[in-house]
Design a protein around this ligand. Structure first.
Ligand SMILES: Nc1nc2c(ncn2[C@@H]2O[C@H](COP(=O)(O)OP(=O)(O)OP(=O)(O)O)[C@@H](O)[C@H]2O)c(=O)[nH]1
Ligand SMILES: [Mg+2]
Length: 429
């Protein structure tokens, strides 16, 4: 191709692009003119003086266009933020370890992100196995040491008792619970004629099992309709995740669930709840960031009644606990809920992070005294060797553990079963 031909074709393409845009601009100008004359007519009808009609029309158009642009930008930002909260679809190769490929297996253990595990299809793993693997850290630290202590002991003497105390305290049973356990254990060990390691092990297991029985009302969801479950706890313990998992589990059991995003501290909190809501087809009532949590509770209660829901779960802001007015906020929530739905909330579930050990116990005590906790959800048991916490909560505070989180998957939030817990903890690995 000749140089002049090339220039000619470039010129032609630019010309057609130019024509296209000038056509578009002409259309736009016509559109603006029509809109202006329509607005002028409207302002004339409203009695606006003639000399101000044109100005008012242009000002209205300008304002409208600015608002439209702002709205589009807001939608774009919101969509992006949602996308960042939305877990990516699971990649089967990553979440399903292939035992035959050593490399792949290593990746599968390390790679799963929070999202991938949450979205993964339910694996054919029994509840017991989930509990067992969730407790593996506590079990290997605690039971391993206990087994070697009992195997080497010919009698239950003071040295054995002291070492047992130390092991239990290290696993975060806490001083008081450790003392209760050791006293009971020592008493019963004295009655044994011979000290056999397996017998001592069973004895301790039995003592722990006994302390796990808390004399508390069971969580009877069908006693109220809607049953109102208020979820509280300091920030980051796993409130929203626990609510999401519960919503999904309840709705898959055929229960109608409504969620209330009363954590209005940051918009992302309600967004996070909405993602869970969308995933399980559950309605989420939310307000804007900074809104009054009691107003959300009010609307959520109304929606739950109107929709004939079985369960209403309310998420609350953890950060408030540092504020002096937390109790006032809570009382307001209680008042609003109680007014809309008799006796609500029917359960105040305090979420505690097991990895924080004795600190979680301190939180539980504070919340119990201040707002009246009726049950505990103990999360992240899988991430700690200090699972003794689960026992200490019941033994020291008399609070029932309702649910335990032993992983990030939906199935990893389990109703707490004391027998299953000790069996999983003590199982030989
Ligand atoms: N390993 C593990 N991680 C968990 C468990 N439960 C929750 N998490 C993780 O803990 C982190 C915090 O969870 P959130 O649900 O956002 O906690 P939150 O209490 O709502 O936090 P705020 O809204 O900031 O007060 C998330 O990354 C969860 O995936 C669990 O049982 N095991
Ligand atoms: Mg939250």
């Amino acid at each position: 191709m000749q140089w002049s031909e090339l220039m000619d074709s470039v010129y032609q393409s630019w010309r057609s692009v130019g024509e296209f845009f000038s056509g578009l601009m002409a259309q736009l100008v016509v559109l603006v003119q029509q809109a202006v004359s329509w607005l002028v007519a409207v302002y004339a009808q409203w009695g606006v003086p003639v000399e101000k009609q044109l100005l008012a029309a242009y000002a209205t158009l300008y304002l409208g266009a600015t608002l439209l642009v702002l709205f589009l930008v807001w939608r774009l930002v919101r969509r992006r933020r949602r996308k960042s909260l939305q877990p990516p679809a699971p990649e089967p190769a990553e979440v399903a370890p292939d035992a035959s490929v050593g490399q792949g297996r290593e990746e599968a253990v390390e790679a799963p992100s929070r999202a991938a595990t949450v979205e993964a299809p339910p694996e054919p793993v029994s509840l017991y196995d989930r509990m067992r693997s969730g407790l593996s850290k506590t079990s290997s630290a605690l039971i391993g040491r206990i087994d070697s202590l009992f195997t080497g002991a010919s009698t239950v003497n003071q040295d054995v008792i002291e070492e047992l105390e130390e092991i239990l305290i290290t696993a975060d049973f806490g001083m008081k619970t450790t003392q209760m356990l050791v006293d009971g254990f020592q008493q019963r060990a004295k009655e044994l004629k011979e000290t056999d390691a397996d017998q001592l092990r069973d004895l301790l297991k039995d003592e722990i099992r006994r302390l796990l029985d808390v004399n508390a009302e069971p969580l009877a969801l069908d006693r109220h309709s809607p049953f109102v479950l208020m979820v509280i706890g300091v920030n980051g313990v796993g409130k929203t995740t626990t609510i999401g998992k519960l919503a999904q589990q309840f709705s898959s059991q055929g229960k109608k669930v409504v969620l209330g995003a009363a954590d209005t501290f940051r918009a992302a909190a309600a967004d996070q709840l909405e993602v869970w809501g969308e995933r399980s087809g559950v309605k989420v009532i939310r307000h804007d960031e900074g809104a009054d949590p009691a107003a959300v509770a009010f609307d959520a209660a109304k929606a739950a009644v109107a929709r004939n829901a079985d369960i209403l779960i309310l998420d609350t802001a953890g950060r408030l606990h540092t504020k002096v007015n937390l109790m006032e906020e809570m009382k307001k929530l209680y008042r609003v809920l109680g007014r809309e739905i008799g006796d609500a909330p029917h359960e105040t579930l305090l979420v505690l992070d097991a990895t924080t050990g004795q600190n979680a116990l301190v939180q539980a005590r504070l919340f119990k005294e201040a707002v009246g906790v009726t049950g505990i959800a103990l999360t992240k048991l899988d991430g700690t060797a200090k699972g003794g916490m689960a026992v200490a909560i019941g033994a020291e505070l008399g609070l029932p553990v309702r649910f335990v989180g032993v992983g990030e998957g939906i199935e990893d939030l389990r109703p707490f079963d004391p027998q299953m817990f000790v069996d999983a903890l003590f199982e030989k690995r």
